[in-house]
Design a protein around this ligand. Structure first.
Ligand code: SF4
Length: 177
């Protein structure tokens, strides 16, 4: 791997660490409301992610000798192939979008308005208690990821990516066999 890729992936892993720390704080803060537990996979699906995230995960799984034979074929197209017996096979390397599962997410919608998304299993009686401080600021972290991805696609020699191109996470295993 070239040094420039190594540096870009490092930036992605650092961002991921920051997000994990932020999520940990929110999970603690909302712990009395959260029904999330091992075995709940309601948020899981075949997400599409930026190339930088995709290839950083590929690199990490390769380095950790991820066992592709654990993957089962999924019939429904939108199912996540890394889900096995309701558990995530790539939990430590899972994409950023999977790290805030269950938390209240704050973001701007396509009309440019603030929107809040929260799991109904978790927040049945909490409608008015959300603030900027106790919700996950999706736009802030997405902007950081966008900038890291921008650098990645500028440097990418093997393949040209469009600015908003996304890749399905199920494609990761093609790079591991
Ligand atoms: S990568 Fe893991 S956490 Fe994310 S959707 Fe797939 S099984 Fe769920």
């Amino acid at each position: 791997m070239s040094q420039i890729y190594e540096e870009i992936y490092k930036k992605y892993y650092l961002l991921r660490n920051d997000i994990d720390k932020f999520c940990e704080k929110l999970y603690l803060e909302h712990s009395s409301y959260l029904q999330c537990k091992k075995g709940c996979d309601l948020c899981c699906m075949d997400y599409k992610i930026f190339p930088v995230e995709f290839y950083s995960i590929v690199e990490e799984l390769k380095n950790n000798s991820f066992n592709v034979s654990d993957i089962e074929k999924k019939e429904a197209e939108n199912n996540c192939i890394y889900l096995k017996n309701h558990e995530c096979l790539i939990y430590n390397s899972r994409p950023i979008i999977c790290r805030s599962h269950g938390l209240p997410l704050l973001y701007t919608n396509d009309e440019g308005e603030w929107e809040l998304s929260a799991c109904e299993l978790n927040f049945t009686e909490f409608e008015n208690g959300f603030t900027e401080e106790n919700t996950f600021p999706q736009d802030k972290f997405n902007s950081k990821l966008f900038m890291i991805n921008k650098k990645f696609i500028q440097e990418s020699k093997e393949k040209k990516f469009a600015e908003f191109e996304l890749i399905s996470i199920k494609e990761i295993i093609k790079f591991l066999v």
